[in-house]
Design a protein around this ligand. Structure first.
Ligand code: CA
Ligand code: CA
Length: 311
């Protein structure tokens, strides 16, 4: 029995290293990633989410040392994608990775629905809008503009969740790519851009990153005027709130480690994220959650789109 176990482990080690050392594979990876894997082999090795270039990750588990208890190893790799533009909408490539969703209990302004903190793996890379969808973009696809505040470069507002979904459907039809709203987990992952702090730049609010109650003058502003986050996304903090695809549930209870979570399977309210021109700084925190009736309109709410990555 012991011998069989040892053979099994040896086979896995052989498979693992022969795969890593195969000429084609080595050509495509840089050794920074190899070091990263070796250093983190005792935990769950994941590629750095900031990394651009050819990425790969290991899915499965090293639950101890490689030579003790090791189970299925699945290795997959994918080429990093360039950022793209479709129908005049700029999209930023977001690589897969892992982050902690939710907020610390002592975070200033924190509400109960932001906990408990839990690990989330974003296994599927995606593109996300560099900016909120503007009124010019919305009107060119939908032929209407229901916004309260008017301006081509302003984010569209006062749209229902279903209208945001319809926009994605039409974008998909026009381009042949699959467009949709971000899941709540994708939104927070993209917003945090590897940060764990209250805001994506630190724990203290900084007006240079977001439009909110005290600097907005009571209106939304043209997209992209404030500083972006580390992944180049603008207005993830403030300006207009953004619909997510998930039903809202008032807690992350019983969630320990989720992979590409899609939210509850049913509900009555949809998630909106990021805070807006009318909110206090507490609503603009990366982990803040809010919700709204999906058929209602608000001059606080617009959206940003996700495009799936095809391999
Ligand atoms: Ca926003
Ligand atoms: Ca909240």
């Amino acid at each position: 029995m012991k011998k069989q176990f040892t053979m099994h482990i040896l086979f896995i080690i052989f498979f693992f290293y022969s795969f890593l050392l195969s000429e084609d594979f080595v050509k495509e990876i840089d050794f920074e990633h190899i070091d990263y894997l070796e250093k983190t082999i005792d935990s769950r090795p994941m590629v750095s989410p900031q990394a651009k270039g050819t990425l790969f990750t290991i899915n499965g588990a090293f639950s101890g040392h490689l030579t003790s208890k090791t189970i299925d190893i699945e290795i997959f790799k994918f080429p990093a994608q360039e950022d793209i533009v479709e129908k005049d909408i700029e999209l930023v490539f977001i690589p897969p990775g892992e982050f902690t969703m939710g907020t610390l209990e002592n975070e200033s302004g924190r509400q109960r629905d932001e906990g408990p903190m839990h690990k989330v793996t974003i296994k599927s890379p995606f593109y996300i809008g560099k900016f909120e969808v503007t009124q010019a973009q919305y009107e060119s696809i939908m032929g209407t503009n229901p916004s309260k505040f008017k301006g081509d470069d302003l984010p569209v507002d006062s749209i229902t969740w279903s209208e945001a979904i319809e926009f994605c459907r039409k974008m998909s039809e026009l381009t042949g790519s699959k467009y949709r709203l971000p899941t709540e987990a994708e939104w927070e992952y993209a917003c945090r851009a590897s940060t764990k702090t209250t805001f994506f730049w630190g724990n203290d609010f900084d007006e240079s990153y977001g439009w909110y109650r005290k600097n907005s003058g009571g209106t939304s502003h043209p997209v992209g005027q404030k500083s972006p986050n580390a992944w180049g996304l603008y207005d993830m903090c403030g300006n207009i709130e953004e619909w997510c695809s998930d039903w809202y549930k008032k807690s992350y209870k019983n969630k320990e480690h989720e992979i590409d979570p899609q939210g509850p399977s049913s509900g009555t309210l949809r998630v909106r994220r990021g805070g807006c021109w009318q909110h206090s700084i507490f609503c603009l925190r990366s982990g803040n959650r809010f919700y709204f009736e999906p058929d209602e309109r608000s001059s606080q709410i617009g959206f940003r789109i996700v495009r799936e990555v095809n391999f």
